[in-house]
Design a protein around this ligand. Structure first.
Ligand code: NDP
Length: 523
C-alpha cells in the first residue's frame, strides 16, 4: 500500500569519498559518449516529433561545445499538444489515484538507477558541479516519491472531512481540473521541471510542459523516464520552444485551465496578467501558480557563532554561483561584529576556485550570455553603490575554456535602498549591509518587494522567536544556510513578489491541481 508516511528523502552523495568522484567522472564519460550531440524531439501524444528549427544547448563552461539540440515547437505543435492532452485526459482522469501514483514511483526508481547520468548531463548542459547536480537529482526523485504518496490522501469519496447532518450522507470528492501548462526555468531543470509536471499528473490532470531554452536536454531525459515508467500517451506533452512564442500561446489559450510557472518575476507577472483575461471559448477561470525570484537575506547579529554564520553565508551565496531563487544575495550584519564577519567572509570567498563544472570547481560559469551581460552590468554599478571587497570582474574564461565566468564578488556597505540591495542579480554577487542593531537588521531584511528565503544567525532565543513571526520570507532558516530546501521537510515557496506561496514539496501542494466537489444524498 502506498502511504504518505513512507516517504523518505534521498540521501546526498558524499564527494569527499574518492570512489564517488571516480563514479561521477565515469558518468561524465558515458554521457559524453552516449548523450552529447544528440537531438531531443518534441513528444506529442506519445510520438516523437521533429521540427524544422532547433534549439541548441551550449556548455556554459566551454561555449565551444554543443551539448545537444532540442526541437523548437511551433504554434501548430502547441495547438496539437493541447488537443492531444485533452483527449488523453478522458481516460487518465478515470484512473485510480494509486495506479497513477505507481507510475511516479516507478519513474523515481528508474531515476535512482540513472542518477549519475542525469547529474552528468546537467554538469554539461547548465554547469552544475557534482554536489549541486547530485542534490538536484535527489530532489527530483523526492518530488516523484512525495507527490505519489501525498496523492493517496485525496483519493476516494470522503477524502476530506465534513460535519455530520441528520438524514443525509455528505461527502467531498477531489477531482482533477483538466489540462494545464507547466513552464519551468533553467536553474533547476531536472527537479523543478519534473516536480511541476508530476504533481498535476498524479492528481489526474494532463500537462503540456515547456522547459527553458537553455536546459531542454535534461528535461527530455526526464520525459523519457516518465514514458518508460508507463505514462500513457498524451498525459505529458513535451514541448521545448521559445517562451515568448509557444509559452505565450499556451498561457493565453482558452483551453488551458491551470498554469504552473517557475521563473522570473517579470515573466511570472506577465503570465498572471494575460491569464486573467478571458478569451472566447474559455469556460474556466485559469488557476495560476507562480514561483518567482528573490532578494534573500541572512542576518548575523552580535550573539551569533561567527564560524557557523560565515559558513552559512558562503554556502548560501555561492552554491551554483548564486543562480538559485533562494541564494543569499544580501548579508546583513550588525555593526558590532560587521568587520569580523565581513573580513572572514571575504577571506573564505577568496579561496573559491572558478573553473569548469566538469572538473568540479566550486564556482563555475553562469548559464548564458544574457545572464553574463546582466551580471556584468551590476558589477559596473558596484563601485558606485558600495565598496568592492572581492571580485567585481566578469572573466569570460577559466582554465583555458571560454565560458560565462564571473568572479565571486562581495560588495560592502551597500545602502539598503540601492539597486544592488533591491534587485535580483542571479549570479555570484553578494551585497553586505550594515545594521545598527538587531531591530534595524530585521527592518532591512524586510525592505524589499520579495519574500522568498531568509535566515538569522543568532543565539538569542527572543530574536529567533521574533523572526519566526516577523521576518517576511516563505522559507526561514536559523543558524544554517538559507538554500537547499528538502522536499517534504521544508516545503518551498515565497510570498509577496516571490510568488503565490504554493509550497512545492509540501502537504497541500497537490490541492492546487484538484477541485473539490460536495455530494449530498438525502436518505
Ligand atoms: P524566465 O522567467 O526567463 O523563464 C522561465 C520560463 O518562462 C522559461 O521556460 C521561459 O522560456 C518561459 N517564458 C519566457 N517568456 C514567456 C512568456 N511570455 N510566456 C510564457 N513563458 C515564458 O526565468 P529563468 O529561466 O531565467 O529562471 C530564473 C528565474 O527563476 C529567477 O528569477 C529565479 O529566482 C526564478 N526561480 C524561482 C524559483 C522559486 O521556486 N521561487 C525556483 C527557481 C527559479 P525561454 O527559456 O524560452 O525564455
Amino acid at each position: 500500500m502506498i502511504k504518505v508516511q513512507d516517504y523518505r528523502p534521498q540521501p546526498f552523495t558524499d564527494f569527499t569519498q574518492p570512489e564517488n568522484i571516480q563514479a561521477y567522472e565515469q558518468a561524465l564519460k558515458k554521457v559524453r559518449a552516449e548523450l552529447v550531440g544528440k537531438h531531443s524531439p518534441l513528444v506529442i501524444n506519445g510520438e516523437r516529433v521533429d521540427t524544422a528549427e532547433r534549439l541548441t544547448s551550449l556548455n556554459p563552461c566551454d561555449t565551444a561545445e554543443v551539448v545537444g539540440t532540442t526541437a523548437k515547437a511551433t504554434i501548430e505543435d502547441a495547438q496539437r499538444a493541447l488537443q492531444g492532452a485533452w483527449q488523453a485526459w478522458e481516460s487518465w482522469k478515470r484512473w485510480d489515484m494509486d495506479a497513477r501514483a505507481r507510475i511516479l514511483l516507478r519513474a523515481a526508481a528508474i531515476l535512482k538507477r540513472r542518477r549519475l547520468e542525469a547529474c552528468a548531463l546537467m554538469t554539461l548542459e547548465v554547469g552544475k558541479n557534482y554536489a549541486e547536480a547530485d542534490v538536484e537529482v535527489a530532489e527530483a526523485i523526492d518530488f516523484l516519491e512525495y507527490y505519489a504518496r501525498s496523492a493517496m490522501k485525496y483519493a476516494g469519496f470522503g477524502a476530506a472531512e465534513t460535519t455530520w447532518f441528520e438524514g443525509e450522507e455528505n461527502g467531498l470528492l477531489y477531482q482533477p481540473i483538466g489540462v494545464g501548462v507547466s513552464i519551468s526555468p533553467w536553474n533547476f531543470p531536472c527537479a523543478i521541471f519534473i516536480g511541476m509536471a508530476a504533481a498535476p499528473i498524479v492528481a489526474g490532470n494532463c500537462v503540456v510542459a515547456k522547459p527553458a531554452e537553455d536546459a531542454g536536454l535534461i528535461a527530455g531525459f526526464m520525459v523519457d523516464i516518465m514514458l518508460e515508467a508507463g505514462l500513457p500517451a498524451g498525459v505529458l506533452q513535451f514541448l521545448p520552444g521559445v517562451g515568448k512564442e509557444v509559452g505565450e500561446f499556451l498561457t493565453t489559450h482558452p483551453k488551458t485551465r491551470f498554469i504552473t510557472f517557475t521563473g522570473s518575476r517579470a515573466v511570472g507577472l506577465h503570465i498572471n496578467e494575460v491569464a486573467a483575461k478571458t478569451v472566447p471559448g474559455q469556460k474556466w477561470i485559469k488557476k495560476v501558480i507562480l514561483e518567482l525570484g528573490g532578494k534573500d537575506a541572512m542576518i548575523v547579529d552580535e550573539t551569533a557563532d561567527l564560524d557557523v554564520a560565515v559558513t552559512a553565508a558562503l554556502q548560501g551565496a555561492f552554491g551554483f554561483n548564486g543562480q538559485k531563487c533562494s541564494a543569499m544575495s544580501r548579508l546583513i550584519v550588525v555593526d558590532e561584529v560587521y568587520d569580523r564577519v565581513v573580513n572572514a567572509f571575504v577571506e573564505r570567498a577568496k579561496a573559491l576556485r572558478v573553473g569548469t563544472a566538469e572538473e568540479n570547481a566550486p564556482v563555475t560559469a553562469v548559464v548564458n550570455q544574457m545572464s553574463f551581460d546582466k551580471i556584468s552590468g551590476y558589477l559596473e554599478l558596484a563601485p558606485q553603490e558600495g565598496r568592492v571587497l572581492l571580485g567585481g570582474q566578469p572573466l569570460g574564461e577559466a582554465n583555458g575554456k571560454k565560458g560565462y565566468y564571473i568572479q565571486p564578488t562581495v560588495v560592502g556597505d551597500v545602502d539598503p535602498k540601492a539597486r544592488l540591495a533591491q534587485e535580483e542579480i542571479f549570479g555570484p554577487v553578494v551585497s553586505v549591509l550594515r545594521a545598527r542593531d538587531w531591530n534595524h537588521a530585521l527592518d532591512i531584511a524586510n525592505s524589499t518587494e520579495y519574500g522568498l528565503t531568509g535566515g538569522v544567525c543568532s543565539t538569542k532565543r527572543e530574536r529567533l522567536e521574533q523572526a519566526r513571526h516577523e521576518f517576511e520570507a516563505g522559507n526561514l532558516y536559523f543558524n544554517r544556510k538559507i538554500t537547499g530546501a528538502i522536499v517534504g521537510v521544508q516545503p518551498f515557496g515565497g510570498y509577496f513578489m516571490s510568488g503565490t506561496d504554493s509550497k512545492a514539496g509540501g502537504p497541500d501542494y497537490l490541492a492546487n491541481f484538484l477541485q473539490l466537489k460536495s455530494v449530498t444524498e438525502r436518505w
